[in-house]
Design a protein around this ligand. Structure first.
Ligand code: ATP
Length: 274
């Protein structure tokens, strides 16, 4: 699946409050980000700056949202790319793109008068996966360039850069990426539990005309194993069912139908890739 991420050039509006559940991950991330916010203190104590944070967990659990919220929390510009953008590139092009990405982060920060920038790399495993043999020279150069850029980050630069990477295959990553001074903070982003599903469903129905007797708790009960992205999709499908029914409000039956629809959709997706 190739997902082209839009490059954002200023501070995202998403905040931690827009992310349902994930309380432990949000807390861990905030703690790590506080080092970036108080970088004078960090510098004073001679603490090594945090250069890279790795978010790992299943697809659709909000890793991209977390990275955006991190930029919001630290008042940093946000520049993003995805490993999938580096697939089948000519030798040298990937490394060049990485150089440009970091340059762009610095430029955007200066342009927007910000002290820090977050470089977000989704699907890092595409460029940072373990590999054997010599047929992956292109990815090696890309990865080496990323490591070079990260090694060059220090606390006394005009623009402090933090790299946040996301993966759903952490076990696949090259150990060079996980060394101290690189992605040495790991935060797991899990599928939401029932309480988290309730929060996510509430977030995504707050601007929708939900029937008063619609029972979100029951929907959360019936959606064990759903990701945040699937729950978002469920609320959207339910709204479509309500519209088709000419109903002013989204009723419980629309939500129930939407559960089946999202489950069926997943099944068809799986069959299509088999
Ligand atoms: P992938 O691994 O597929 O890139 P991801 O973990 O980065 O996925 P996001 O792209 O952040 O997931 O989530 C996709 C969408 O799902 C979000 O835009 C949001 O609408 C919804 N979503 C996911 N998790 C949450 C959450 N915890 N709270 C609210 N919405 C969520």
């Amino acid at each position: 699946r190739s997902k082209r991420l839009q490059r954002k050039d200023s501070v995202p509006h998403i905040s931690f409050r827009d992310i349902g559940g994930q309380n432990r991950s949000k807390k861990e991330l905030e703690e790590a980000l506080d080092f970036l916010i108080h970088r004078d203190k960090t510098h004073h104590y001679g603490i090594r700056p945090i250069k890279g944070i790795l978010l790992s967990g299943p697809p659709g659990t909000g890793k991209t949202l977390m990275a955006k919220a991190a930029a919001h929390y630290t008042d940093s510009v946000f520049v993003a790319t995805s490993g999938s953008e580096f697939v089948e590139m000519y030798v040298g092009v990937g490394a060049q793109r990485i150089r440009e990405l970091f340059q762009e982060a610095r430029n955007q920060a200066k342009k927007n008068r910000k002290n820090s920038a977050i470089v977000f790399i989704d699907e890092i495993d595409v460029i940072g996966g373990q590999r054997e043999g010599a047929q992956h020279r292109e990815y090696d150069q890309t990865l080496n360039q990323l490591l070079t850029e990260m090694d060059g980050i220090s606390t006394n630069q005009d623009v402090q850069i933090l790299v946040i990477a996301a993966t759903n295959r952490k076990d696949m990553l090259d150990s060079a990426l996980l060394r101290p001074g690189r992605f040495d903070r790991h935060i797991t982003v899990d599928l939401p539990d029932k309480q988290a599903r309730i929060s996510i469903l509430k977030l995504h129905t707050q601007n929708k005309p939900l029937a008063e007797d619609a029972d979100i708790v029951q929907i959360a009960d019936e959606t064990f194993g759903f990701s945040g992205a699937q729950l978002e999709s469920l609320t959207n499908e339910a709204a479509i069912y309500a519209l088709r029914d000419n109903s002013d409000v989204i009723r419980q039956e629309h939500l129930s139908q939407a559960i089946d629809k999202v489950m069926m959709g997943e099944k068809t997706d799986r069959e299509a890739t088999q």
